[in-house]
Design a protein around this ligand. Structure first.
Ligand code: ATR
Length: 275
């Protein structure tokens, strides 16, 4: 029987997940149908129920539903628990179980694809919303030395720092005072600033050293402003979020099917589509 899968979110028409999972399934010889379902915070519970009634037992969840999905799950994996957000749903023992593969997907992209060694790094995380919360625990688990969180709204940075529960290793900084924070091996943009009309507050070039990699969780046009700054500021590497997108999908695929697909062919196809 063909397994029913879906990604829920709003907006969802531009989601690449159906393409990615169809390609993985074909390569692995697994029969599955993977569709995009438009659902907002209000309609998500009913949409998930309808999906379940249709035989759906595995799904992804994207913006703005990751926290709502967390609340809907009766059990959570370690990463989802720490992030307070779920991007992968699995029906297990008569309930929805929630996992979060965003952080592990990012770490796999940075280490395997881009050859970064995260151990001992000072990391600056820009943003403190859902995307930042999703990746912060995995960066800590990967052995970074220190995580400095800066956000336009300082109180949200403080809340993220508190949620990580590692005072001293995870600290917040005022965006306006980032020139007092020294330099970083990794500067990670987890803001959605490029989607809005207001540009983010300026970043000082003193954040950059000779080994700094700049990483944007966005890809396509939304990654252009931050990576252009990184280029001008002299960052050694500029990495967008396309690899993370493919890797988080592969981690979800592994949770559902017990196999980790080769991500390189799909990554190459998506990269070519972006050019
Ligand atoms: P997501 O799930 O994509 O993280 P979110 O939870 O709405 O979405 O968070 C968006 C993040 O981008 C927040 O850190 C937000 O900062 P605020 O907490 O101050 O709102 C950040 N952000 C959005 N627009 C921004 C801008 N123009 N400049 C700087 N940060 C911005």
């Amino acid at each position: 029987m063909t397994a029913q899968h879906a990604v829920f979110g709003h907006p969802i028409t531009h989601s690449r997940s159906p393409f990615i999972h169809a390609a993985f399934a074909q390569a692995e010889g697994i029969a599955l149908q993977y569709r995009a379902i438009d659902a907002d915070l209000e309609t998500f519970p009913a949409a998930l129920q309808a999906f379940f009634a249709d035989g759906g037992r595995a799904a992804n969840v994207t913006l703005p539903l990751k926290e709502a999905a967390f609340a809907l799950c009766a059990s959570h994996g370690h990463a989802a628990q720490r992030a307070g957000a779920v991007n992968t749903l699995i029906w297990r023992e008569q309930h929805w179980h929630g996992e979060n593969t965003d952080g592990s997907g990012l770490v796999r992209d940075l280490t395997s694809r881009h050859g970064l060694d995260l151990r001992g790094c000072r990391v600056l995380l820009l943003g403190a919303g859902g995307a930042a919360r999703g990746v912060a625990p995995a960066l800590l688990d990967a052995g970074i030395d220190e995580l400095v969180v800066a956000n336009r709204t300082a109180s949200r940075a403080d809340a993220l720092v508190d949620a990580m529960g590692e005072p001293g290793r995870v600290i917040s900084a005022y965006w306006e005072a980032l020139d007092e924070q020294g330099d970083f091996e990794i500067i990670l943009n987890a803001t959605s600033a490029a989607h809005g009309a207001t540009p983010p507050p300026k970043l000082p070039s003193s954040l950059v050293n000779s080994r700094t990699s700049a990483v944007d969780l966005n890809y396509g046009a939304a990654a252009v402003p931050f990576l252009a700054w990184a280029n001008a500021a002299g960052c050694r590497k500029q990495i967008d979020g396309l690899g993370m997108l493919v890797e988080q999908a592969a981690e979800a695929f592994h949770l559902w099917h017990g196999r980790h697909p080769d991500t390189e062919p799909v990554y190459a196809q998506l990269r070519a589509q972006l050019l």
